[in-house]
Design a binder for this molecule. Sequence first.
Ligand code: MG
Length: 420
Amino acid sequence: MKITDIKIIQFKSHSCTKADHIGHQHPCMPRPSNVSLLAIETDAGVTGYHLSSEVIYNVKPGVVIPETAISQSLKDLPPVALQNTTNAAHNIILNKIRPVIVGENPFEREKIFHMLYKMQRSNNNAGLTDSILSRIDCALWDLFGRYCGLPVYQLMGGHRKQVSAYASTMVGDHFPGGLSSPEDYAAFAKQCVEEGYRAVKLHTWADDDWSGDHVIGHPDVDLDIACCKAVREAVGPDIELMVDCFHYYDRYDALKLGRALQDLDYLWYEEPMEEYNVEAYKWLKSKLDIMIIGPEVAKGKYWTRAEWMANHICDISRAGVGDMGGITPVLKTIHTCESFGVPLEIHGKGAASLHLMAAMMVPGRYYERGMLHPFLEYDALPPWLNTPVDQMDSQGYVAVPQLPGLGYDFNWDYINENRV
Ligand code: MG
């Protein structure tokens, strides 16, 4: 079998989120947006897909999100710049990756992954990010599953058919009644538990206000502690809690927050400091009992994860499909974690994350469901799918998709009628 072409199908949708300077998503009123479906075609008539968006957010009835309450950093980018960002990724896929992989055997994922990984080294290919690699790798796994008539998790060596989810909140904001205060977080965490979640992870304030005389990136560890305390009091002792906080604390603020989290019986502590600062993490880990998880955003794929484990920096490892270049490098990380006896938690939602969790023998305790915000509905079925990807039951479990490949059940009528 040979790859004959890569195509990108774009169709219309709407978006109710906007990214701040750092890249964190916040709620906004609906605005037009596009969804991309990457298709890898073969001479055997089998096609593999990667979908850029598996969920659709809606603003909850009666909620009006004022533009004026959005901080400086949440102003709209000029439409031209936004369009160029999308086009840049598509140009790389069609003009750099397509000529390399057309003619290759789509089942030789290791070969294709390593060819593309080696292309990342050159400065000429600076735009070839792990996120772009991930789209190709996921589509190849989807293709393999569709050809075999089996879900991807079974091809990797299945282990379970459902996983427990945690509610992963959006990053703190400036919206009263949103995520603007410890009280807001407490009310929202309680609501998530009422919906069935047995675990909640707070993303607290990342300080995106870069305007005026404000100290850029100025942290507020006391506000984080107050927030974590309010949430623990709201949900009681039986709900697992985790925190992913301001990512640039110094080691002393990180220690202060870590000690408070221990006292509040939080499960894990995520990215309190710059992840390349190995010495600071070693120091922090030597002083805390709470489990430190990472790295999440540090580059270097499975090699960086192995370094963290070998240097005893983390209690739990972290790997994300989009962060590392696809399912293939995360699968390598899972097996590395088994060798070290270190648990692994998968970063980010989506079909690929669910399949990986279903194929893990190292404990991956929770599927990251979200990001969630009190103003937004997360559970609506996107019109381009006939079946939701990560529907959760009343006990907080998400079923792993059982259709062949990644399990996408496309509504082709919608996709074809709304092509851009
Ligand atoms: Mg994180």
